[in-house]
Design a protein around this ligand. Sequence first.
Ligand code: PMP
Length: 404
Amino acid sequence: TWDVVPLAPPDSIFKLTAAYQADTFPQKINLGVGAYRDDDSKPWVLPVVKKASYILLSDPTLNHEYLPITGLPEFVSAAARLILGHDSPAIADDRVVSVQTISGTGANHLGALFLSRYYPFNGDKVVYLSDPTWVNHFAIFENVGIKQRLYPYYDPKTIGLDFDGFIATLRSAPERSVFLLHACAHNPTGVDPTVEQWKTIAGVFLAKKHYAFFDSAYQGFASGDLDRDATAVRYFVSNGVPLLVCQSFAKNAGLYGERVGALHIIVPNKETAGRVRSQLSVLQRSEISNPPSYGARVVALILKNPELFEEWKADIRTMAGRIIDMRKQLHGVLTKELRTPGNWDHIINQIGMFSFTGVSTTQSKALVEEAHVYMTANGRISMAGLNSKNLRYFAEALDRVVRT
Ligand code: PMP
């Protein structure tokens, strides 16, 4: 019966993790997976999440009933305020449709599915993705019958943003095209537009009536400040660019496995919101019936309790601060001590969990095979995988491959 099923290749990141785990070399380093690690390379349960969990579990009224189809109401409304801002004009006008999803991946999927069904595409169903982007974007849109096209984003020559190429594609794309934008801390490059550049981008969206499909998986991770990392999304909303936002709490709350996220679709008015919400409920019902409750309860508690919210912000600063510190230290060792050939300023200029080092496929292969430093072939490293104990080993290994 299943003879027609071809063997699919393993997921490259998870394959890399398996190879890392099987490696017995004591100084091995995992820079592949995008999950925060503390200075001892250990997963970090945020203290505020521990506290919120204790509060939840000691509540005698807590039960395991189904959540509503669109999720825990206090979670989705607080999550919308977190990304859109407490003073968001769209929230005030009751024209934000928020649905709890299976983390950011689920939000991307539900958003893509909804667009596939209802977006008035100008011709073929197409989404423009940044070159490069999170690899799963391709599969997510493919699954719902939306073709993918790339827009210029990363410029290997400057190891920075190809702003002109990006703007030129926005201008030349047919009106009402859908562009996926990383809200902050672009994965995999760590290269974000500046605030001024975002304003220009928003201007072209308005002029061309494009649709912005925002993916926000790292709010807080870019700058350590939740509000600052929402600047682009809020600017687009306040200027009336049609958009949706996919929101994940995997990274900023360290709730990877709990699958906490939301999809927010900003629509022109309350009446439209009612219709859009009804159709999202229909789609959600057929796919997952109701989203999981535990992580949503944890996040809702943190977002709604001012004391816990302050503690969360401090935890986020701890994570973002350690990553920024690793950037500075790596830059310092490469440029001042080892005098590694080339310019390494992108290490400190890039933002968020990842850095696109600029090393070639051959060099990253050498790092994996000869130095036991596990990283993706595109030269991306997770800064969170570095710490005070392994940074020098990594810098020296990088220095070696660059020189050979
Ligand atoms: N979007 C981007 C750009 C990501 O990097 C990730 C996490 N790797 C996600 C979405 C979704 O992650 P999750 O489903 O764990 O929230």
